[in-house]
Design a protein around this ligand. Structure first.
Ligand SMILES: Cc1ncc(COP(=O)(O)O)c(C=O)c1O
Length: 433
């Protein structure tokens, strides 16, 4: 009987997604038009924001699926609601793929974001009031590594390390002496705007010497680690947090990786410790992105992200600009604008008028506020995903220099904008119609 009813229901319910773009267009033209305009903006500009990327159509389909309707508090096999059999399978697939991508014993794919992942990791590992040692925000660290305005600076005693004034590199001897002096419970390695390889092995040694746990925040470089273009923290870290939306090229979201000894603590710090129901549509999209990261072609993508950033650094240096640390080993280039007598805000605005989207950024020892900033951060994940060739990356770099040298020249702006539009036309956004 039940089977007969089910069969007749299936015959009347279309298996097509009920909310196609036509549904949005006719039901909510205001929103439809706004999304169209954002689509147009992305399609006609060059995105050099180091933390952004373009997801595949497969990732977007999973994100837009009806999995968003399902409540599934708990974990596979241990949910608080019924009807979770299929989402259990989905989350298990995501977990297994994350473990395969990074070669770890335990993965939690529920954190809603990178910040949520860090929150849960701290909650699992240390008690409030204990000391954390992370990279200074103004030297490239993240808000959640101990900044005053974040939970991490409010609930914990925060000590910070920076980079060397001359080399702009992490001074590991200084980190060691800080760790031995401050005796943190947790050391955080990882950054939002550090253009060089981070030596996780030395961080591991320092943590052991100081009796601290080591958390590696891989948010920015997770895709490079997955693709073998940055050394893996797995042998050295106790816990690894990360985001799927940046170099990993997945949906907006976080994850936590660890040895199985920390698994139960981490899982309960995510749910019920700091989140409610997981976003099952996002977890499905994370599973798709992990599957993409397991493809041999992902290695090429990761290597090309780095080689494209190196092209930008070379061109900028050649043009006489100061590139922080003298180059890059990863997906980003940090430019000091001091010798152009320009602020990061002015540079960002001038570039945007020419169709190039990047963000102002403090450089180490910057005296300006983050809203103005003395530097510019340029990243290559999105242009690599769009398939810009090395020559095109070189051309974009030269165009950036031209705009920065003459930010008020209309002829430079028009020439660069035309070239941006031509390149964008050659490289439509993957997955976009
Ligand atoms: C190093 C680092 N950790 C954590 C985060 C937080 O990620 P989310 O924006 O997903 O909360 C970021 C975001 O830029 C980051 O750069």
């Amino acid at each position: 009987m039940v089977d007969r009813i089910r069969a007749s229901l299936y015959s009347t319910v279309s298996m097509e997604s009920p909310l196609s773009s036509d549904a949005l267009r006719s039901f909510d033209p205001e929103l439809f038009n706004l999304i169209q305009r954002e689509h147009q903006r992305q399609s006609t500009t060059i995105d050099l924001i180091a933390s952004e990327n373009h997801v595949s159509r497969a990732v977007r389909e999973a994100l837009g699926s009806l999995l968003t309707d399902k409540y599934a508090e708990g974990y596979p096999g241990r949910r608080y609601y019924s009807g979770c059999g299929i989402v259990d399978e989905i989350e298990t697939v995501a977990i297994n793929r994350a473990k395969a991508v990074f070669g770890v014993e335990h993965a939690n794919v529920q954190p809603h974001s990178g910040s949520q992942a860090n929150f849960a990791a701290y909650l699992a590992l240390i008690s409030s009031g204990s000391t954390i040692l992370g990279m200074d925000l103004s030297h490239g660290g993240h808000l959640t590594h101990g900044a005053e305005v974040s939970f991490s600076g409010k609930f914990f005693r925060s000590a910070t390390y920076g980079v060397d004034r001359k080399t702009s590199l992490i001074d590991y001897d200084h980190v060691r002496s800080l760790a031995l002096h401050q005796r943190p419970s947790l050391i955080i390695a990882g950054a939002s705007s550090y253009p060089r390889v981070i030596n996780f092995s030395i961080f591991g040694e320092i943590a052991r010497e100081a009796g601290a746990l080591l958390l590696v925040d891989s948010a920015h470089i997770a895709g490079l680690i997955a693709g073998g273009a940055h050394p893996s923290p797995v042998p050295h870290a106790d816990i690894i947090t990360g985001t799927t939306q940046k170099t990993l090229r997945g949906p907006r979201g976080g994850f936590i990786l660890c040895k199985s000894t920390f698994g139960t603590k981490i899982d309960s710090a995510v749910f019920p410790g700091s989140q409610g129901g997981p976003l099952m549509h996002t977890i499905a999209a994370k599973a798709v992105c992990f599957q993409e990261a397991l493809l041999p072609s992902f290695k090429d993508y990761a290597q090309t992200v780095v080689s494209n950033a190196q092209i930008i650094a070379e061109e900028l240096i050649e043009a006489g600009l100061r590139v922080v640390s003298g180059g890059t080993d990863n997906h980003l280039v940090l430019v000091d604008l001091a010798n152009l007598n320009m602020t990061g805000k002015e540079a960002q605005d001038a570039l945007e008028r020419a169709g190039i989207v990047a963000n102002r950024n403090k450089i180490p020892y910057d005296t300006r506020s983050a809203m103005i900033a003395g530097g510019l951060r340029l990243g290559t994940p999105a242009i690599t995903t769009r398939g810009f060739s090395p020559d095109e990356v070189r051309a974009i770099s030269r165009d950036i220099c031209a705009v920065l040298r003459e930010p008020n020249s209309e002829s430079v702006r028009d020439r660069v904008h035309r070239s941006v539009l031509e390149m964008c036309e050659r490289h439509p956004i993957p997955g976009a119609d």
